[in-house]
Design a protein around this ligand. Structure first.
Ligand code: F3S
Length: 397
């Protein structure tokens, strides 16, 4: 790789041990992927924050990097394993909380903003079109590449941290125009509405991409989509298809920048949407947990929830997972009080997947196809997908 003087200095340890280690990680990655040079990144988002994922080995790496490492660009974190203020009410044990805080403290020492959220684009870590970034959370990577038109590969925990501590990333993959072309044309011949339905659509397209060995769909037939619907779609298509970029005609900013694919065409009709939805509803289901906010709920979704929960009483454990800054807005305008008076709980900084709740519940109802996938795979819950309205109706039943 061709390195600038400052990058060579980092590699030689002139900017400290953490920057040196980081540049070693980045040059190794660059060599593996044939990058010719490094590029500057505007911002970073780091995943692998939950102590359940990090363990002592991960924490040791962070502590070592925090000895002299300082971030050079705006950097935020993915959800942690618990709500940092309200962990006791959510049933998190003391030992886990202590270790989770040790990890967050190490991130904070490096100058990382410890808002733990998978929707950094909703809370100020928001790149603009064409900017290079280094993000790690799969749904946010897909959202930034596709909906914003920023450019990032899906970083692992160490490579994202290395980008934060150097302000650099190797120039390969989705940073390059030649790797951003649509590969398969997907025609949606049915109306799609709501976060749950966009999640179902993401599952269908994701499964098809895996079957065909393709990564970048070009989707037609969606006339409009809200931020919330797109974030749900991104989470789902990234989960089921490993997709980090899609183009959606008349919706996403790069849809007409590259040639439209026409060799492989895949059509989706209402029957397919219905049968994919059925796959996200388990038999013999006993729902004792409802969770909204995968990816983290926006203030718009929280306003809607406040409206739906006004004057009601939830009978089941009900979490609303969101970023701490979004929760603060909800506090200020009174949505939190309405929601908490109804008996639902905020789980800020965390979510129903990364929190250590395996086996605590029998069945979970969500509006997110991604949460269905991990609810089954990671937490061994039975699952049911439904609209936000249906989730609330289940919670108050
Ligand atoms: Fe975010 Fe957790 Fe879902 S990290 S995308 S809320 S699984």
């Amino acid at each position: 790789m061709r390195l600038e003087q400052e990058e060579k200095d980092m590699l030689e340890g002139k900017h400290g041990k953490a920057a040196q280690k980081s540049m070693e990680i980045l040059t190794t990655l660059g060599e593996i992927f044939d990058a010719e040079r490094m590029i500057d990144v505007y911002g970073v988002q780091i995943a692998g924050v939950s102590y359940a994922n990090l363990g002592e080995a991960g924490l040791e790496f962070l502590t070592e990097m925090a000895e002299d490492g300082k971030v050079r660009v705006l950097t935020t974190l993915n959800p942690a394993g618990m709500d940092r203020e309200n962990w006791q009410a959510l049933g998190i044990d003391k030992e886990f909380a202590k270790n989770q805080n040790r990890a967050i403290d190490a991130f904070a020492k490096m100058g990382i903003i410890t808002t733990c959220s998978c929707t950094p684009y909703l809370i100020g870590n928001a790149p603009h079109y064409g900017q290079h970034i280094a993000w790690a959370e799969s749904s946010a990577v897909c959202y930034s590449n596709s909906v914003i038109g920023a450019r990032t590969n899906r970083e692992g925990g160490p490579s994202a941290l290395a980008a934060a501590l150097t302000g650099k990333t190797p120039n390969y993959g989705y940073h390059l125009d030649k790797n951003r072309h649509g590969q398969i044309l997907v025609k949606v011949n049915a109306p799609v509405k709501g976060t749950d339905e966009f999640g179902v659509l993401g599952k269908i397209i994701g499964d098809k991409l895996v079957e065909l060995g393709k990564k970048i769909p070009y989707i037609t037939g969606i006339s409009s989509a809200s931020v919330e619907e797109l974030k749900s779609f991104c989470a789902s298509v990234a989960t089921y298809g490993g997709t980090a970029l899609f183009h959606m005609e008349d919706v996403t900013p790069e849809y007409n920048k590259y040639p439209k694919p026409n060799e492989i065409i895949f059509e989706i009709d209402q029957n397919e949407l219905n049968s994919a939805r059925t796959e996200l509803i388990d038999d013999d289901l006993e729902i004792d947990f409802v969770s909204i906010g995968c990816p983290h709920a926006s203030i718009h979704e929280i306003a809607n929830l406040a409206n739906l929960l006004q004057g009601k009483n939830v009978k089941k454990e009900f979490w609303i997972t969101t970023a701490r800054p979004t929760k603060r807005i909800a506090d200020e305008v009174g949505y939190s009080k309405i929601i908490e008076d109804a008996g639902a709980k905020f789980a800020a900084d965390t979510c129903c997947v990364v929190a250590p709740i395996k086996g605590r519940f029998k069945g979970i109802m969500v509006d997110s196809a991604k949460a269905c996938y991990y609810g089954r795979a990671k937490n061994k819950f039975k699952v049911k997908i439904g609209s936000i309205e249906e989730c609330v109706a289940e919670a108050v039943k």
